[in-house]
Structures are given as C-alpha cells and as structure tokens.
Design a protein around this ligand. Structure first.
Ligand code: MN
Length: 367
C-alpha cells in the first residue's frame, strides 16, 4: 500500500454554462477511474452514463488487466442496451466511456467514444486514446485541422458508443508510466473548449490534483462551457512505496504507450463512419439529377472522407430538362429533405410539374 499523506487523485464533473442537465458521470474508486458522457437527451444520457459507470464498477478487475477491463466495458454496453429495451431511459440512449485501472505506474485504459485519456510525462502531454468521432476520422483523413474540428457542426457526432451495438468493439491500451506522471481522463466538454497546450499548462501548473481539476473546469467554463465538463486526475506513484533506482526516463520511451487490443484501424475505415453519422444520414433524404432524371436517395449528398452515406431509393422518369431553372439548380447540388417521405412527395410534385407519369421504381432495401 502506498502511503497516502496527500490525495493522489481527484474527480470533478460540472454542468457547464449552456446545458440544462449534466449527462456526464465520473468515477474515482482506486484502482478504477472512469469518465462517461451520456447521449440521448431528455435525461436519458444521464441514465446511460450512470448505468455504464455502475456496471463497470461491478465488473472491473482489481489489477491492471487490459483484457479484463475491456470485458467490463462490454458488460456495461450490454447493460445500457438492456435498460433501454426494458424502458429505463430511452431507446437510442448511449454513452461514451473511458476507464483506467492504475496499479502503481502501470496503467491500462479501455475506451469507446470521444472521452479521452492523456498522460503528462515530464511536462509533455500525450494522448493515450483516439476519439471515435466523425471529426477525428476527418482529421485522420487530412480534411480538417484540430482547430476546425473544435467548431465543426458535427463535432459531437461519435462513431462508437455504448448502448447501440451488442458487438461493439472496445479499444484498450497499456501504459508503463513513471512515478510523477499524471493521468487525465476527460469528457469532450473539456477538450472541445481547451487546446492540448492549455490543458498541458494547467495539468503541470499545480501540485494538488483537486486544484488541477478545479482549474481545468474553470478554464473550460471561461472558454464558453458549452457542454458538461468532467475530469479525473490521477498522480502515478511507485507501487509498494519502493524507491526506484536511478531515474529511468532516459531509457524509457516517453510516455510509452503500447497499444494492445486496438481494433485495427482498417476495420474502422471499412466500417465507414459508423453509428453517429450513419443514423443521422439514414434519417435524411435528397433528390439529385442523375442521367438526366430526378433520382431519390436516402442519406446525405456528397462524401464524408472515403465514405458515401446514401442509398438509392428511386430513379424517377422525371426529366430534369422539363423542370424550372430553380428546381434544376437545386437538383444539381442535391436537394435535401428531412425524410424519405418528404423527398418522395417532392419528386411527385416535380413529376406533375414536368407532366410525367409518376415513378417507376428501382428500389434498394433499407440500409
Ligand atoms: Mn459531452
């Protein structure tokens, strides 16, 4: 047991300055620490994040075992899905989770969603996790910078969450850190408001973890506080209070982050953009000119990175050249509607404008 004259960890969750609920949940119960950011609105997010945290607490290992922690996250996923089915919270509710087990200077992390883990080592901050989010995919694809991502309209669309997919994959990481390193877990209400540079300054700026937690939350609120803000700080100490020999930091790869169960990035890319964007796109529809005729698609026009989120619904016989110039212009760019029904009914009116008999159908099954 390490002597605990001073507190070696702190956790804090704040509603922020805009939201009416705090849907985040945090846990600091050594050796287990976690942050969860609930989604679903109407208080369902709070239900999802607290079910996830409670299940994690019940299933997490007591040792820094990455695979076992990953299994605990999967158990939490099943519980959120089950609760929604049983009418607790709402159908479609979900949550992110980023959890860590800290055993001396050995840390394992399991993550789903866009809540992050960072390690501060000798004044340098490294990101342990990679966000499962649409903007993170776009940054990796070179289409967006970090700064642009912070203000992107779809910045909160995540591509993986607990609560939707029974086969959800969990990313796990193993870290061999040094005594004196500091671990941060946080929700996107922090990272959406503060740059990594600012986070580094604050993390390294105070000795007491609770002071750091307070300063981080205050800074995010000062920057706008647009979302719930949650932080967990853990100071890493040598296991049994043993003093280490000569500092090993020269030899140790800095912040040495070994990626263990990393579900192959390629699989992610193949899976395309995933849950968040997918559900959004799936609910939308648009009309576009193709081969001279009005064509109805479910989805959104254009591409998101390598991925196109649209599915052919109907190719009508309405010839675009028979339509008004204004309509032709809209069709050239992809004329968007909130639902497939709305798009179909608009196609129907275009058919009567053009004096064409209504539609012949080549249909694709619903995605
Ligand atoms: Mn959030």
């Amino acid at each position: 047991m390490s002597a605990r004259a001073k507190k070696s960890h702190a956790a804090l969750s704040d509603i922020g300055r805009v939201r009416s609920h705090n849907e985040d949940a945090v846990l600091a119960s050594p050796p287990l620490f976690a942050v969860a950011d609930g989604l679903g609105g109407h208080e369902a997010g709070e239900v999802a994040s607290s079910i996830a945290i409670e299940t994690l607490r019940d299933h997490a290992p007591r040792r820094a075992d990455a695979a076992a922690l990953g299994r605990a996250v999967k158990a939490a996923n099943r519980e959120v899905i089950r609760a929604a089915k049983e009418g607790v919270g709402r159908e479609g509710m979900g949550t992110t989770i980023t959890a860590a087990i800290v055993e001396g200077t050995r840390v394992v992390v399991a993550q789903v969603g866009d809540s992050r883990a960072y390690l501060l080592h000798g004044g340098t901050l490294s990101r342990v996790t990679q966000d499962h989010s649409m903007v993170a995919d776009m940054i990796r694809g070179g289409q967006l910078t970090e700064a642009e991502a912070r203000v992107h309209p779809h910045r909160s669309v995540i591509t993986r969450a607990l609560g939707t997919d029974p086969n959800m994959a969990t990313d796990t990481f193993e870290i061999e850190a040094d005594a004196g390193d500091r671990l941060l877990l946080c929700s996107d209400g922090l990272t959406g408001m503060l740059t990594d540079e600012r986070i580094t300054e604050i993390l390294g700026g105070y000795r007491d973890p609770m002071t750091v937690a307070n300063e981080l939350v205050t800074a995010a609120n000062d920057a706008g506080g647009q979302d719930n803000i949650s932080v967990v700080i853990v100071d890493l100490e040598d296991g049994a209070g043993a003093t280490r020999g000569p500092r090993e930091s020269e030899r140790s790869l800095r912040g040495l982050i070994a990626v263990v169960g990393w579900l192959v990035v390629a699989a992610l890319i193949l899976a395309g953009i995933g849950y968040g964007a997918y559900t959004y796109a799936e609910s939308r529809a648009y009309l576009v000119e193709e081969a001279g005729v009005v064509t109805v698609y479910r989805g959104v026009p254009g591409r998101l990175g390598p991925v196109s989120l649209s599915w052919l619904v109907e190719r009508t016989r309405v010839r675009v050249e028979d339509l008004e110039p204004g309509d032709q212009r809209r069709l050239a760019e992809g004329w968007e509607f909130d639902t497939v029904e709305a798009a179909l009914s608009a196609a129907g009116s275009l058919a009567s404008d053009a004096g064409t008999a209504p539609v012949e159908t080549t249909t694709t099954p619903n995605p």
